[in-house]
Design a protein. Structure first.
Length: 500
């Protein structure tokens, strides 16, 4: 059996022209060709070169000839010998800088101009900030951006054991290969999701109503693909709202109509009769944090039935209720034909899992399944199996209860500090659900400048402005508490007080 070094060398696939037999310039030929391959990037930093004893196989020359070529490359700083291991391409900093093409300020004509539309680029880049304003500091980075989670709270040991057990099951009984049709997701996971949303959100559905997706963003993309006719379909979006959801429908060619959000949620009376799709976050609106009132919910469902429209319900953090009576999701037995319910495991478990789901009307499931198959066929089976067991064995419910307690204390601290120390500057919106608090500016302020100054102190806070599609109608800040603990909250708000 070949050792590790020989196995690595066997993957050396660089095209090489052997020098003529007996040539006195054999070492020069090997050196020149390897040098060119390193400098043009065909041999990347860290790549292992063939061991010298295999020189005849790869280069058609003697061992001593290759040794001389390697020695010259080492003198140039292009390779690095490692005692007992072999010869490796050196790190980039030891190589001459490669010439870079000038940055194009206009899109290349070979690209579809659709993907260069400013509103689409802005929606997808809303997380990005000017990192150059951030300065190195011993202070920990305090991240108040919404929709983030604290990975320290996740039971990794437990999930690792569940994953290992499912991997063993796959070894003993490999998954059967199936045709693309019918790949809605791992059936035990769909069954677990149906049970989970029934208990936590009063959503009545069967496993056949569930389609597993690679996170909520893929769910939005798939819904846009199957529901939107480019240039024809009109989609109503909450304004302000979640920009990546907006991006999915923009990319599909929809006509977007921003709709005002007030203290009762989406203003249903403002919906034009031409709207065919309404996208909402009814339980905990993003970013204002309001819950849609019962009259508004009834009015929205009535609008959908009357005008033949559908509703896309984004329930990204609906598991986290802290007080008040539970709010039932828009998706119910009566509205099952009109509502697409989108959920995710990014908030209640981990974003890195890249798992979400759509609970869809049966009339749309074949098209959604086909769209899923076009994108990636299905989500990773092992991850689906592990998450299914995590839910079925009651670990998700236990984890959500733990997170509710942690997040409630974080929310309470933010609201208490804002009400005690920022009474003349910010008014927090009461929030009974979710993972963030919105605070409205009491008077016009230069909040973009404030957040830029905070970033210099390693404190990251978003303004309302970046969530608007149309002209901003309100000023304020969004305080996410999923990724910052109690001490961090106190430190971050102290920094905000200083800047204000």
């Amino acid at each position: 059996m070949a050792n590790d070094g020989e196995a690595a060398s066997n993957l050396f696939e660089i095209a090489f022209d052997p020098p003529p037999s007996g040539s006195r310039r054999s070492a020069e030929s090997v050196y020149t060709q390897l040098r060119a391959a390193i400098l043009d990037g065909r041999l990347v930093p860290g790549a292992k070169l063939p061991v010298e004893r295999q020189s005849a196989i790869f280069f058609g020359v003697s061992r001593n000839t290759v040794a001389r070529a390697y020695a010259r490359l080492a003198i140039d700083g292009l390779v690095q010998p490692r005692q007992g291991s072999g010869t490796y391409v050196a790190a980039k900093q030891n190589r001459p800088a490669r010439e870079r093409l000038p940055v194009q300020h206009t899109p290349d004509p070979r690209l579809s101009p659709h993907w260069s539309r400013p509103e689409l680029v802005q929606a997808l880049n809303f997380w990005h900030d000017n990192s150059r304003t951030s300065t190195p500091s011993a202070t920990a980075f305090l991240d108040f951006r919404p929709a983030l989670v604290d990975p320290r709270l996740f039971p990794f040991d437990l999930f690792r054991r569940l994953s290992a057990k499912q991997l063993r099951r796959m070894e003993l009984k490999p998954p059967a290969f199936k045709s693309p049709q019918g790949n809605q997701g791992h059936f035990p996971l769909r069954a677990a999701i149906a049970t989970h949303v029934g208990i936590s959100r009063a959503v009545v559905c069967e496993p056949d109503d569930v389609l597993v997706t690679a996170g909520a963003q893929q769910a939005f993309d798939m819904l846009a693909r199957v529901l939107v006719t480019p240039g024809v379909t009109t989609v109503a979006m909450e304004d302000p709202g979640y920009p990546p959801m907006r991006a999915a429908f923009l990319a599909a060619g929809a006509r977007l109509v921003p709709i005002l959000v007030d203290a009762e949620g989406l203003v249903v009376d403002a919906l034009p009769v031409t709207v065919q799709i309404v996208c909402v976050c009814p339980s905990h609106q993003f970013p204002f944090g309001v819950s849609m009132s019962a009259p508004r919910r009834a009015a929205l469902l009535h609008y959908a039935r009357k005008h033949g429209a559908v509703i896309v319900e984004d329930d990204y953090d609906g598991e986290f209720r802290y007080d008040g009576t539970p709010l039932q999701a828009l998706r119910s037995t009566a509205s099952a034909d009109d509502v697409f319910y989108v959920g995710t495991f990014s908030k209640c478990m981990l974003p890195a899992l890249r798992l979400g789901f759509v609970i869809a009307p049966q009339w749309a499931m074949p098209a959604l399944t086909m769209a899923k198959n076009c994108l990636d066929w299905h989500c990773p089976t092992l991850t689906q199996m592990a998450v299914a067991r995590f839910i079925a064995e009651g670990h998700l419910a236990q984890h959500v209860r733990k997170l509710r307690d942690v997040y409630r204390r974080r929310r309470d601290l933010i609201e208490a500090i804002l009400q005690a120390e920022f009474v003349e500057d910010l008014a927090p919106m009461p929030s009974h659900y979710g993972m963030h608090v919105a605070a409205f500016a009491m008077q016009p302020k230069r909040l973009a400048r404030v957040t830029s100054r905070l970033l210099e102190s390693n404190v990251h806070v978003h303004t309302f402005e970046r969530y608007f599609f149309g002209k901003p109608t309100a000023e304020g800040l969004v305080f996410g508490y999923g990724a910052v603990d109690l001490d961090g909250i106190a430190q971050g708000l102290k920094a905000l007080r200083r800047v204000l």
